[in-house]
Design a protein around this ligand. Structure first.
Ligand SMILES: [Zn+2]
Length: 374
C-alpha cells in the first residue's frame, strides 16, 4: 500500500431531503413509510401560533397516525430546556419525533429522542437525524429580524465551509479516524457556489418582503445547499466566536424574538465577527475570498484593499437587512474581550477547521475590530 503523509481522501454524507412548496403536507405519508404511529411533534409557541405544526398533525391524521403537538421548545435551547422537554415526553411510548421549526426545535427533538430512548445524559450521544422536510410555505410569516438572523447563519455556513482548511492539508488519517467534518473539498465547493448566488439574489427580498414565495424558496434552497456544504466541510472562526457572544449576553433583546430574556440569536452571533474573521483568513487564499465576494455581491464597487472585498459585501448586506452594526450594538464593551476570547478558545474542534492557526491574540484582534463593523 502506498504511504501518504497528508490526507488524500474525503468522505461525503447527507441526510435524505424532501424540498418544495407543499412538501409538509406529505409528512403523514413519510412518517407512515417509516412505520411510525404515535408521533410527537416538537415545536415552539411562536411556530405553533402560525398553524404550521397543526398542518403537520393533520397530514399525519389523514395517514392514520396519532400525532401530539408539544409546543414547549425554548428558542435557543439550553441543556435544562432539553431535559424539561424530555421529561414531558417520557411517559408515552413514542414511535418517533418530528421537529417543526428551526434549529431550536430540531435540536430539542433530537435531545428528546436521545434522552427518552437511552440511559445516561444528554452529552453522551449524538443521534442520526430524521428525514429533513423543507417547505418554503412554512416560512412566509417568519418575521424580518428572524429571517435576517437565520439567513446570516446560512451565509456564514456557506462562507466558512468555502474558506475552511482544505482536506488535503490535514495529516493522513486512517479510515476509522476520519471525522464527520473533513475540511473544504470539491463537493462542498459545488454546493456553496450554488448557495451564494441564491443568497445574493433573494436574501434582502426575503427580509424586506416576507411574503415573496420565490425569495423564500431561494433562501431555503440556499440553506439546504449550505447545510450540505458545511455538514461535511465544517465551519470555523465566526462560529467559534459566536458561541461566547451568544452565551455571555446580558441585556440585548432582538426584535421579533421572545422578549422574556436576553439573547443573541445564533445567526446574529456568528455574523458579528464574520467581516473581521474573513479579513484574517484572506491571505490563506485571496482568490477564493474574492470569488466568494463576487458570488455574494457581484455589483459591489472596487475597494482599495482586496482583503476588504468580502467583509464589505457582508457588512452592506447586514446594514440592508437591519442587523446590528457590531458587538457594541448587542451590549459588549472592550473590557469583555478577554472573556470572549477565552470562550472562543474553548471551541478548539471548530478553530481547527480555520485555514490558518488561530492564537489568542488573533481572536482578540477579531473581537476588537468587530465592536463596530462599518
Ligand atoms: Zn450555524
Amino acid at each position: 500500500m502506498t504511504e501518504y503523509r497528508t490526507e488524500t481522501v474525503f468522505t461525503w454524507g447527507a441526510p435524505p431531503l424532501k424540498f418544495g412548496v407543499g412538501a409538509l403536507d406529505e409528512i403523514g405519508f413519510d412518517c407512515a413509510q417509516l412505520g411510525l404511529e404515535r408521533v410527537l411533534i416538537v415545536t415552539d409557541e411562536g411556530v405553533a401560533a402560525t398553524g404550521v405544526p397543526h398542518r403537520a398533525a393533520e397530514s399525519m391524521q389523514h395517514a392514520g397516525l396519532k400525532p401530539t403537538v408539544f409546543a414547549g421548545v425554548h428558542v435557543e435551547p439550553t441543556d435544562a430546556s432539553f431535559r424539561a422537554a424530555a421529561e414531558f415526553a417520557r411517559d408515552t411510548d413514542w414511535d418517533g419525533f418530528v421537529a417543526v421549526g428551526g434549529g431550536s426545535s430540531i435540536d430539542t427533538a433530537k435531545a428528546i429522542n436521545l434522552l427518552t430512548t437511552n440511559p445516561g445524559d444528554l452529552m453522551d450521544y449524538v443521534n442520526k437525524p430524521v428525514l429533513a422536510v423543507v417547505d418554503p410555505l412554512t416560512t412566509l410569516t417568519l418575521p424580518p429580524h428572524v429571517t435576517a438572523s437565520c439567513g446570516m447563519d446560512v451565509l456564514c455556513h456557506a462562507l466558512e465551509s468555502y474558506t475552511a482548511r482544505h482536506y488535503r492539508s490535514y495529516p493522513r488519517r486512517r479510515p476509522e479516524q476520519r471525522a464527520v467534518y473533513v475540511g473544504n473539498n470539491p463537493v462542498s465547493d459545488a454546493f456553496i457556489e450554488r448557495a451564494l448566488p441564491l443568497l445574493s439574489r433573494s436574501f434582502r427580498r426575503a427580509v424586506l418582503t416576507g411574503d415573496d414565495l420565490d425569495a423564500r424558496t431561494d433562501m431555503l434552497l440556499a440553506a439546504s445547499f449550505a447545510g450540505m456544504g458545511f455538514g461535511n466541510a465544517g465551519v470555523h472562526l465566526p462560529h467559534a466566536c459566536g458561541y461566547p457572544i451568544a452565551g455571555r449576553v446580558t441585556h440585548y433583546r432582538p426584535p421579533d424574538y421572545p422578549q422574556a430574556e436576553a439573547m443573541v440569536p445564533h445567526g446574529e452571533s456568528v455574523a458579528l465577527t464574520a467581516p473581521a474573521a474573513f479579513r484574517f483568513t484572506f491571505p490563506t487564499d485571496p482568490e477564493r475570498h474574492l470569488r466568494a465576494a463576487e458570488l455574494l455581491d457581484p455589483s459591489a464597487g472596487q475597494v482599495k484593499d482586496p482583503r476588504d472585498r468580502l467583509p464589505q459585501a457582508i457588512v452592506s448586506l447586514m446594514r440592508d437587512i437591519g442587523l446590528p452594526n457590531g458587538l457594541t450594538d448587542v451590549g459588549y464593551v472592550h473590557a469583555d474581550i478577554p472573556d470572549l476570547v477565552a470562550g472562543a478558545l474553548k471551541q478548539q474542534r471548530i478553530l481547527a477547521m480555520a485555514p490558518r492557526d488561530v492564537m489568542a491574540e488573533d481572536l482578540e484582534a477579531i473581537f476588537a475590530s468587530s465592536m463596530r463593523n462599518r
